[in-house]
Design a protein around this ligand. Structure first.
Ligand SMILES: Nc1nc2c(c(=O)[nH]1)N[C@H]1C(S)=C(S)[C@@H](COP(=O)(O)OP(=O)(O)OC[C@H]3O[C@@H](n4cnc5c(=O)[nH]c(N)nc54)[C@H](O)[C@@H]3O)O[C@H]1N2
Ligand SMILES: Nc1nc2c(c(=O)[nH]1)N[C@H]1C(S)=C(S)[C@@H](COP(=O)(O)OP(=O)(O)OC[C@H]3O[C@@H](n4cnc5c(=O)[nH]c(N)nc54)[C@H](O)[C@@H]3O)O[C@H]1N2
Ligand code: SF4
Ligand code: SF4
Ligand code: SF4
Ligand SMILES: [Mo]
Length: 899
């Protein structure tokens, strides 16, 4: 449609017809003051600060945030009448405001303070009147405070919590003059379902909601802001680290493409305390007679060189292996695999994707040709009709995605949850298919059966774009809703309903996570996700796709960078000779054509003695691998173990040499989020100590092993990556800094990146239907171990807690292990909520606290692996999937007793 001509403060401008005066002014760089306005939400016109004069308007002043532009409109934003009305608004607000500005954390950034100064309002003409009745200050949240005496009732916090965070914790008690912002039922914050995301705090224009770290450690004008990427989950939220006197004192949300201005509690409050926690490794350590002693870098690196060379000389190159760090940047991962391949001459290199989404990398590569999330986060959460959420708990594990799914549901999307537990999103779901853990393939085959039976399949799409459908359709013929209902323990009618809802929706993404992958049939589970989507033609389309939410902040990147035993960077195969020659030429060495061992094969090989040397960069398998006893045995049996980490982890205790690396806040780099978006990580601080950038350490080890190389900085390493990796060919720091992030494939300098995969044609050519039968989990409950243990995550802690465990507020919320158990099972063993339970499997035994409730069904229990007191990995089964060799973390058999 044609643009409209408007004139604001004497300047002419053209704007789209849907623009408000506020938007037009903003585009022209004319500032109109606002207090209640929130950019992403519908305007309210409540605070009346944005009043402006429109020529010819008889109704007087209008609110710029709600008034649409009109052809020929002439607007004045600063007339005396306008200024006077704004002064009146401020005068009123100030009359009940606590003006204790000196002690207020928001001094200098408070909008009320700023506008009062601008409009010359020093004292309220209404001062001295009665003050409204207000609740007590609420100090109960570990991270922030609500002070009602500084609240101007703009409702930005309430609308943020309601409409953006989708939580509705904050409400307004309507009592005229005494109106106040409070929680539902006016309970203290800590007793509500508030998840401490702090997004309301970020939205508050005054000192009413302020973070405790802001109160204690900094004032806004003292901090330098460093734009970076969150170091926790794969959502890839953009944030600013706040730096004061060389210390990171806080973080604030930034407007990134995935997070769009919000963070979860870990990004907001859990991403900086660990940096300066006081227990960082600060210098190399060498173990002598069972004790660690301080060593110099020269000594530690030289020891690694001599030891590794000797071990390899005696046992061959492939007797050593390396695990790379999915928490650290692409550049570190690239150099790590280069070191393993070019210098240790082995492809025995892997990363934690092995125990996480390796099944996705394999399964999606086999069926679609690319082992990555097909569609961007925004594309699948903005306006889907149906979301099929399978084995993914995003409100805890990818909370910003979780919030976006809540928003979608509020806008009318229908949610189908397929999960053995009543996860939080079940409350918003149209359907909950509470399948038994380990039965995803039966569920998927049942879906495809119904698509065919009820004429819902897209036969034209199947014919044009796929192959192998006949074989699959022969298999699924058996998977009637009744049979699947039996296997999965669900009502067959619900399955039929789910199949119809999903198939008939135009925009319907599958979002899945570890509930699908961490099984002895994990890769088959993933391939059956492709089967569901391809049968109804939902791949290569906006708002659809098969979308694994990748776990770690840079696990996508660690895989992309070739930290896998069969791939060079960019999934280029090591057994492909021309590819190998390209890398040989670039690196000036002969490279091995033998596919390496996966990390879950390295552990048994170490226990058997065929792997003798191991280099673990930023992983803690003693805590996080399945069957901890087996890991301890494997590590204990090594001849030489190097651990490069930030902290003295349980794994590091087994090391012969420990090298101190540096964290994301201390280095330049890039992380690749779950939607294949490469985003910058920027150095915010330099700490005291001898820690070194991880890439510098690798370069030194390479030299000690006899390989001379130029020490490139991170931008230079990215150029090396681009030169060798076609899908990264167009990525450089200059572009990332200018454009803010690029989604691979991005093959050339002028390529914009690829938001949606498989449009028009699959990466593989034809999509492949993998014919797959349901097989039960490896260890089912029996008379001796009658209960199924499911494991996973909770919101406030992250993996082995190297970061979240060093944030006091998070520990205040939860600091010990627990087991979710049904009331039926609790009653059977005679325990009540809060009592101790002894849990045993064939591999070990732990004690933990009972959380009795309705989250799990009878016969199933759930634990997280975050806590050292009662780590569930003492119990889990290290049996692996046949293809991706991922552990079956999600199912093992246990017995329970009152402790
Ligand atoms: N707060 C927090 N966030 C994290 C992490 C963390 O430790 N803490 N870790 C990050 C990492 S590394 C990863 S990989 C992701 C993981 O993110 P998710 O995979 O979403 O997390 P999980 O809790 O492991 O498992 C998800 C769900 O799978 C369900 N499930 C278990 N078995 C089955 C099954 O057989 N079928 C189905 N359909 N569902 C099943 C569980 O009940 C659980 O609700 O989270 C990332 N984000
Ligand atoms: N029972 C059970 N167990 C599980 C799972 C489950 O669902 N159930 N999930 C599995 C999954 S999905 C995953 S991904 C794994 C995670 O397993 P891990 O990768 O072992 O867990 P993290 O705690 O993330 O360990 C990362 C380590 O890297 C260090 N680090 C972080 N950044 C840097 C850096 O820049 N440089 C250096 N040198 N070190 C750094 C940290 O200090 C930390 O010690 O756990 C698995 N374990
Ligand atoms: S911290 Fe988050 S969940 Fe809690 S009240 Fe604020 S916006 Fe709502
Ligand atoms: S607490 Fe802050 S954001 Fe909420 S209504 Fe009061 S002033 Fe506005
Ligand atoms: S959702 Fe993930 S990336 Fe975003 S702030 Fe939370 S932990 Fe960080
Ligand atoms: Mo993971």
């Amino acid at each position: 449609m044609d643009k409209l001509n408007v004139t604001i403060d004497g300047r002419a401008h053209q704007v789209p017809p849907e623009y408000t005066i506020l938007q037009a002014a903003e585009e022209m760089g004319i500032e109109i003051p606002t207090l209640c306005h929130l950019k992403d939400l519908a305007p309210e016109g409540a605070c009346r600060m944005c009043l402006v004069e429109v020529e010819g308007n008889r109704k007087g002043l209008v609110t710029a945030c709600t008034q649409p532009c009109a052809e020929g409109m002439v607007v004045h934003t600063g007339t005396e009448q306008v200024r006077e009305s704004r002064r009146f608004v401020l005068d009123m607000l100030l009359s009940t405001h606590n003006k204790d500005c000196f002690s207020c954390a928001k001094i200098g950034v408070c909008k009320l303070q700023q506008y009062c100064f601008e409009y010359g309002v020093e004292e309220s003409t209404f001062s001295g009147g009665i003050l409204p009745e207000r609740p007590e200050k609420d100090d109960t949240n570990p991270f922030f405070t609500y002070d009602p005496t500084k609240c101007i009732l703009c409702r930005r916090c309430q609308r943020t919590c309601d409409k953006i965070q989708g939580r509705s914790i904050i409400s307004i008690a309507e009592r005229g003059f005494n109106s106040t912002i409070t929680t539902s039922f006016e309970h203290p914050l800590e007793t509500t379902a508030c998840e401490s995301c702090g997004n309301c705090v970020a939205a508050c224009p005054t000192g009413a909601l302020t973070s405790k770290d802001n109160q204690r450690y900094y004032r806004s004008w003292e901090v330098e802001r460093v734009r970076t990427t969150c170091p926790h989950c794969g959502t890839g939220c953009q944030m600013d680290l706040l730096v004061r006197n060389g210390k990171v004192v806080g973080s604030e949300p930034a407007p990134g493409p995935a997070n769009r201005g919000i963070l979860c509690v870990k990004g907001r409050f859990g991403s900086y305390k660990f940096i300066q926690s006081g227990d960082r490794l600060t210098h190399p350590l060498i173990k002598e007679n069972g004790e660690f002693r301080r060593a110099s870098w020269e000594e530690a690196i030289a020891l690694i060189g001599t030891k590794m060379k000797a071990i390899q000389k005696e046992n061959g190159d492939d007797c050593v292996a390396g695990f790379s760090c999915s928490r650290s940047p692409n550049e570190d991962n690239f150099i790590f695999q280069k070191m393993m391949r070019a210098v240790f001459h082995t492809n025995n290199v892997d990363n934690c994707a092995r125990v996480c989404h390796s099944a996705s990398v394999h399964g999606l590569a086999i069926t679609l040709g690319s082992g990555a999330m097909t569609n961007p986060i925004r594309d699948i959460t903005e306006s889907p009709e149906v979301v099929l959420l399978i084995g993914s708990n995003p409100t805890e594990a990818h909370p910003v995605v979780g919030a976006q799914i809540r928003q979608a549901v509020n806008r009318g999307a229908k949610l189908i949850v397929v999960d053995p537990r009543r996860i939080d999103l079940v409350d918003r779901a149209e359907l909950h298919l509470q399948i038994k853990a380990g039965t995803n393939v039966a569920f998927s085959n049942g879906m495809v059966h119904i698509f065919l039976r009820d004429g819902l399949a897209d036969m034209a799409y199947i014919a044009d774009r796929t192959e192998g459908f006949d074989e699959l359709s022969a298999i699924v013929a058996d998977y009637t809703p009744e049979k699947v209902g039996e296997i999965c323990g669900i009502n067959p009618d619900d399955l039929v309903k789910a199949a119809h809802m999903y198939a008939k929706a135009e925009k319907a993404p599958i979002i899945y996570c570890l509930g699908v992958t961490e099984h002895s049939t994990g890769t088959e589970g993933v391939m059956s996700m492709s089967n569901i989507a391809m049968t109804v033609g939902k791949l290569g389309k906006a708002g659809c796709g098969v979308n694994p939410l990748r776990g770690q902040n840079n696990v996508q990147g660690a895989c992309d960078m070739g930290c896998m035993p069969y791939h060079f960077p960019g999934y280029q195969k090591v057994e492909d000779q021309p590819i190998r020659e390209k890398f040989e030429k670039a690196w000036g060495v002969k490279l091995s054509d033998t596919i390496g061992l996966m990390s879950t094969q390295v552990m048994p090989a170490a226990a058997e003695g065929t792997i003798k040397g191991l280099y673990i960069f930023g992983e803690d398998p003693v805590e996080t691998d399945a069957n901890s006893a087996h890991v301890r045995e494997a590590l204990g049996n090594l001849e030489f173990l190097v651990v490069q980490d930030l902290f003295m982890t349980e794994t590091a205790k087994y090391a012969d040499v420990i090298l101190p690396g540096i964290s994301y806040a201390e280095k330049e780099g890039t992380f690749t989020n779950t939607e294949r978006r490469v985003q910058r990580v920027r150095k915010a601080v330099t700490l005291q100590g001898e820690m070194r950038p991880d890439t510098e350490i690798f370069y030194d080890v390479m030299e000690a092993m006899g390989y001379k190389c130029e020490h490139l900085d991170p931008a230079g390493i990215m150029d090396e990556i681009a030169s060798l990796t076609p899908s990264f060919g167009g990525i450089s720091y200059a572009r990332l800094d200018a454009e803010g992030g690029l989604q691979w494939p991005c093959p050339t300098r002028d390529h914009p990146g690829t938001p949606i995969l498989h449009v028009g044609k699959f990466t593989r050519g034809l999509g492949y239907f993998y014919p797959v039968h349901y097989r039960a989990a490896a260890e089912l409950p029996d008379a001796e171990f009658p209960v199924t243990m499911i494991t996973g995550r909770m919101l406030y802690h992250y993996n082995a807690r190297s970061m979240t465990g060093r944030t006091d507020g998070l520990n205040e919320i939860c600091d010990s292990s627990y087991i979710e158990i049904s009331s039926e099972d609790a009653q059977r063993i005679g325990v009540s909520d809060g009592e101790m339970i002894r849990v045993a499997s064939r591999r070990g035994e732990i004690c933990t606290i009972a959380r009795v409730g309705k989250r799990v069904q009878e016969g199933e229990v759930f634990m997280t692996f975050h806590f050292p007191d009662g780590n569930v990995n003492e119990l889990t089964n290290s049996v692996t999937d046949d293809i991706a060799r991922i552990y079956e973390y999600k199912v093992c058999a246990v017995k329970l007793a009152k402790a």
